[in-house]
Design a binder for this molecule. Sequence first.
Ligand code: SAM
Length: 245
Amino acid sequence: MFAFMASKVRLFVDHPLGPAQSVPLTRDQAHYLFGVMRLGAGTVVSLINGADGEWDAEVFEAGKKGGVLLCQSQTKPLQMPPDVWLLFAPIRKERTAFIVEKATELGAARIMPIQTEYTNNADRLRVDKLRAHALEATEQCGGSYVPPVDDLAKLSKVLDGWDPTRRIMFCDEAMLGQASVLDTGLAGPWAIVIGPEGGFSDKERTRLRGMDCAHPVSLGPRILRADTAAVAALTLWQNAMGDWG
Ligand code: SAM
């Protein structure tokens, strides 16, 4: 005979979590827990808020338009990812959403949409939606840290204020097919930079290559789409220097 263990529902709440802390639910959260998931009073759910780790909380009040949860105990401390940022040029809506979702799952600490010279889709960018994707991805992947998604910023402005102690993994399509290995000895904060469909302009490439903290890398002998490149670069970085080992 099989015994099925239903996994606990995980929910992000914008509220402090702590011993005996009561947590009011929004209408949408109440609808999800009590209408969609059919939970009732006494059920235990798992809560995260991006700052206080993960907590078990019991349904104290369950209503159609709201409810209250009561924190019981912390089940996991806040699990911070390594200090690696992802800078990427927005592409089409659903592919940009994919980048944010995968960057969250793969453990990026900060997600920064950048406008490069050949970025096409900047005016349609909905950062509020991207933040919701990061939150949803955190709920689903078992993480307790939600990476912030910045407002769109010009690459040139971001580089003007760059902290030179943060190394840059510059994914440069001009390196196509060349051997380039990340030096795993270079500990400390990093950022991965991925260009748009049209790639980097010569000016951007020259500027990035002129920065001592930038390391141009190849992602193999084929041109990857920007969303694939983001996943591949984060995977390489995490494997070399991140928290996967
Ligand atoms: N239009 C460009 C071209 O034809 O050379 C390709 C741009 S690619 C679709 C988008 C971004 O993904 C690039 O700017 C780069 O950051 C990254 N990328 C894709 N393939 C890569 C590779 N083989 N090596 C390094 N970076 C790559």
